[in-house]
Design a protein around this ligand. Structure first.
Ligand SMILES: *Cc1c(COP(=O)(O)O)cnc(C)c1O
Length: 382
């Protein structure tokens, strides 16, 4: 049996990506604009929009760039404070610092692993009492699991602090039937190589108005004023998506529903694998309101029951050339954010200690699944 590396999440082409890339070459649209860019934006707009909400999409060079532009469009400036989920990838928090603002980190709750509404509210009250009302809240649908949308939005409304919805990992997830990426005036997507669909590298800002989309594209293309010469009244950025990359994205959007169902199949594969095993919980949707794309399947290892740590399991898998990974190391535990304020009770820390992401790619075949199954059973049953 082949012992090739099994990856956590690898690119999975649909088949038509090259067709769109060829048309870019044929028409010489080798630029950060062109028919693939607008076509890709249209594809995502149609996919996310519903009777409840119509969204506009600006295709960008990365999800990080999209977060940066969202902060700028919300007026976040030097000295401001921005609340951010601590349990996330650093790209959720870094753009706060690009703006010269200060991140304040908030713990997770155990149901969705995402922003804890109680700690969020506590933080807001405390910051207001200290004399500075936070400018924005960055909430993340981590690993594809929707956060507690209604509770978070209620707090956002009550204190009048906008939410930026980090949906980088959640394309195809829904909450009460509505797609993640549509619950806030600004949401972001990522199409990096390991995400549920990829453009090799890329991202998007999702807005609720055409003005916001236009403003984002203006800033993403060096903020040129209307003039025959180059004239600038704002600082701009070079954040637009290439027409070649967007071609990959168009091919990928043709298979997004298939990719969601394949990722969810991987989740059910693990639910089945661990169903009779005490001390390992496969993190599932807390109720029928939640529908996760299960970008990555997460397990929680209770060492007191299993007798082994998640790290022992991870190393065993690595020995079998199977990649698995601890959950994101919380931002308040990162050396670079060691001085940042944090509101929480240690849940994110526990998740980091005991949680493990298992191979979840939509392209894992039966032979690879059998290898994963054998490797895990050999370890947990011994
Ligand atoms: C991938 C990711 C990002 C950043 O997206 P890039 O396209 O890699 O810049 C932001 N937030 C989360 C939660 C992510 O997983």
């Amino acid at each position: 049996m082949s012992n090739d590396k099994i990856w956590l999440s690898s690119p999975h082409m649909g088949g038509n990506e090259l067709k769109y890339i060829h048309s870019a070459f044929e028409e010489n649209w080798i630029a950060p604009l062109g028919p693939n860019v607008s076509g890709f934006e249209q594809d995502i707009q149609s996919y996310l929009s519903s009777e409840d909400v119509k969204v506009e999409v600006a295709a960008l060079s990365s999800g990080t760039a999209a977060l940066h532009l969202a902060l700028i469009l919300l007026g976040v400036k030097r000295g401001d404070e921005v609340l951010c989920q601590t349990m996330t990838f650093a790209a959720s928090a870094n753009p706060i610092v690009y703006q010269g603002a200060t991140p304040i980190f908030i713990d997770s709750e155990e149901k969705t692993l995402n922003l804890c509404p109680a700690q969020l509210e506590k933080a807001i009250k405390d910051r207001i009492q200290k004399g500075k009302k936070p400018k924005a809240i960055i909430a993340v649908h981590l690993y594809g699991m929707p956060y507690q949308v209604e509770k978070i939005n209620k707090i956002s409304m009550e204190y009048d602090i906008p939410v930026i919805e980090d949906s980088a990992e959640a394309l195809g997830s829904t909450y009460k039937g509505r797609k993640c990426g549509t619950f806030s005036p600004f949401s972001i997507l990522s199409f990096n190589g390991n995400k549920i669909i990829t453009t090799s590298g890329g991202g998007a800002l999702v807005t609720h108005s055409n003005e916001d989309k236009k403003e984002a594209i203006f800033l993403a293309t060096q903020a040129r004023d209307e003039a025959p010469h180059y004239q600038h009244s704002h600082i701009g950025y070079n954040y637009r998506l290439s027409n070649i990359s967007a071609g990959i994205g168009r091919g990928q959007m043709e298979v997004i529903d298939e990719r969601v169902s394949q990722r969810r199949d991987m989740f059910h594969f693990y639910v089945n694998l661990f169903k009779d095993f005490d001390g390992i919980e496969v993190k599932a949707e807390p109720s029928k309101d939640y529908f996760s794309n299960h970008w990555l399947t997460v397990i929680w290892v209770d060492e007191d029951i299993t007798g082994f740590s998640r790290e022992a399991l991870r190393l065993h898998l690595e020995g079998n050339n199977i990649e698995s990974r601890p959950l994101w190391k919380p931002m308040h535990m990162q050396p670079v954010f060691k001085d940042a304020d944090f509101y929480g009770t240690g849940i994110a820390e526990e998740l980091f200690k005991n949680g493990l992401c298992l191979p979840s790619g939509s392209n894992l075949n039966d032979i690879e699944k059998a290898r994963i199954k054998t490797a895990i059973l050999n370890f947990i049953e011994k």
